[in-house]
Design a protein around this ligand. Structure first.
Ligand code: 13P
Length: 262
């Protein structure tokens, strides 16, 4: 599925939260609201154990489903892992890859991220590749360098046609779960760099359609100002995606900002 940033893209990464009954309640409310939110792409990204029930609940609505990780092999003796085929089987269209929490706690590297992005594409899953710098790197003015390395390595070996199918999420690690959001100017600076980098690697057309999300303490009251920036096409929301009300509000703010910048 070729991606395009004509609409804002709002994805809720639930991380390791919720049990099935709460998950179903949340997406029921989201499904109901989604009929009025067709000017946005909405994706929920629950833990594996809830994918199936969430899929059943959102059926018939525009809400889409994603998973938080995958392993690159199709099947085999890999205890505890989940393959791209299994995610397709569970009804996923998206998968986040290389989230900073996976890099930090589970040893993911740019090389494993690259393998996972390729495996996702091979099975027609849209990867949401996550990148971003630590506080230390920002303080040492190494943000751009870090992001550039992550893009070059994460996308290594991928051609133009494949780049049409990849979503990028810029999530500064210091803004994740801290309540400290990057200012719109700080975020836009990195987003515009990412788009320039994609233009350099894949040409202007592909870069102009690319979806580049911001993540890190996105809340209803900061969504509008972030999404008003030229190169911010949506949000990857953690904490504020757990409650239907705040996630719906974020989506509404995103739609409003997008309409105004057109
Ligand atoms: P918070 O919105 O809770 O800061 O999390 C952001 C994130 O990591 C989304 O992937």
């Amino acid at each position: 599925m070729t991606i395009s940033n004509e609409k804002p893209f709002i994805a809720g990464n639930w991380k390791m939260h919720k049990l099935i009954p709460e998950a179903v309640d949340m997406v029921k409310a989201l499904k109901e609201a989604s009929a009025q939110l067709t000017d946005a792409e909405i994706v929920v990204i629950p833990p594996y154990t809830m994918l199936s029930e969430v899929r059943k609940t959102i059926e018939g609505s525009s809400v889409q489903l994603g998973a938080q990780n995958l392993f690159w092999e199709e099947k085999g003796a890999f205890t505890g892992e989940i393959s791209p085929l299994m995610l397709k089987d569970a009804g996923c269209q998206y998968v986040t890859i290389g989230h900073s929490e996976r890099r930090q706690y589970f040893g993911e590297t740019d090389e494993t991220v690259n393998k996972k992005v390729k495996a996702a594409l091979a099975h027609e899953l849209t990867p949401i590749m996550c990148i971003g710098e630590s506080l230390e790197e920002r303080e040492q003015s190494k943000t751009i360098e870090k992001v550039e390395t992550q893009i070059n390595s994460g996308l290594e070996g991928l051609g133009k046609e494949e780049m049409r199918l990849i979503v990028i999420a810029y999530e500064p690690i210091w803004a994740i779960g801290t309540g400290v959001t990057a200012t719109p100017t700080q975020a836009e600076e990195v987003h515009s760099f990412i788009r320039e980098k994609l233009a350099e690697k894949y040409g202007n057309e592909i870069a102009s359609y690319a979806i580049i999300l911001y993540g890190g303490s996105v809340k209803p009251d900061n969504t509008y100002s972030l999404l008003k920036e030229n190169n911010i096409n949506g949000a990857l929301v953690g904490g504020a995606s757990l409650e239907a009300d705040s996630f719906i509000q974020i989506t509404k703010e995103a739609i409003k900002a997008y309409k105004e910048k057109k």
